[in-house]
Design a protein. Sequence first.
Length: 183
Amino acid sequence: MKKALIVVDVQNDFVNGSLGSEQAQSIIPYVKDKINEYFQRGEKIIFTRDTHPVNYLETQEGKNLPVEHCIIGTDGWKIFSRLDEDCTGCVYINKPSFGWPKWDETLNPIINEIDEIEICGLCTDVCVVSNALIIKAHFPEIKVTVDARCCAGITEESHKAALLTMSKCQVNIINNDNSEEDN
């Protein structure tokens, strides 16, 4: 069984920067292990980067969330702690907002070569859920899995709510100590 890993927005600003949290910091060892597993097996790894322009505060998102973060080219925009340093052949997606609308174009070249897409990252309740549901909508027959241990939300409650929402939309949730959704 071949898989692909999507690491959503594990960037400096979401871990220990302007929108960082203890919850985000706590998942880093698990995310690092997950990336290493995929790298060792030679499987596809895709990193998404939340990517905003310097005039972020003038955008619709900036007006609703007036905290500058992930401004393209800044330290906060970079993948956290060089989690991708050994990742030869990784794909990077600079997405302008919560979900990447072009998952069909991105995944079509490999979709017939994989049996499962696994997703981890930040934030469970914003970008992880958005991307998981977009992927599931484009590829309803592919198994989509989210590793709860490798995700963190804005709050623990919203993290759990997002996991529940994804499970109801036939996204497989694993390593979720607070749910019976594990398969």
